[in-house]
Ligand binder design. Structure first.
Ligand SMILES: [Zn+2]
Ligand SMILES: [Zn+2]
Length: 157
């Protein structure tokens, strides 16, 4: 008896079955590995990656053993890791690390990029882990979920 994910293939909308190596469409060949960079992707996480938009996952690692965070992203007929969260107003790439969001042009872009200061923007504030959507609204609408703007907090430190 095959087990299936609750939702359907993001490409062709047929059922996605669970097999030894991961999750696979019964029709078009779209598949997602259950282990990506030494991290197990549970069926619940696969569902949210494929259907609820992008999520940040921690605990990936490469051969050198270094742990990193990234964002599983649909690419063609499979899922790859892409740590890009969005782009800042001057074209820097804002990416997620294990503790910080950072801009790769932080040496060049000053304001209005929030990610130029110190290490960037912390992923966790008051026990709340910032989501991709929250970081995007911080970048594009300068909206912060709660409390002080992290940019001012970091600048004052
Ligand atoms: Zn399919
Ligand atoms: Zn920037």
């Amino acid at each position: 008896m095959k087990e299936y994910l609750k939702n359907r293939c993001p490409i062709c909308e047929r059922r996605m079955y669970i097999y030894q190596y991961g999750y696979r469409c019964e029709k078009c060949g779209f598949k997602m590995k259950a282990f990506i960079c030494n991290r197990y992707i549970s069926p619940e996480e696969a569902e949210s990656i494929l259907y609820n938009g992008k999520v940040i996952l921690d605990g990936f690692s490469k051969k050198d053993g270094k742990i990193f965070s990234s964002i599983p992203t649909i690419d063609g007929i499979t899922v790859v890791l892409d740590d890009t969260v969005c782009h800042c107003p001057v074209g820097g790439r804002i990416y997620v690390g294990s503790k910080w969001f950072r801009c790769d042009k932080r040496d060049h872009c000053r304001q209005p990029c929030f990610f130029t200061h110190a290490y960037g923007v912390r992923r966790s504030y008051d026990g709340h882990l910032l989501t991709i959507e929250e970081v995007r609204s911080l970048v594009y609408e300068k909206k912060w979920p709660k409390g002080d703007c992290p940019w001012r907090a970091d600048a004052a430190a």
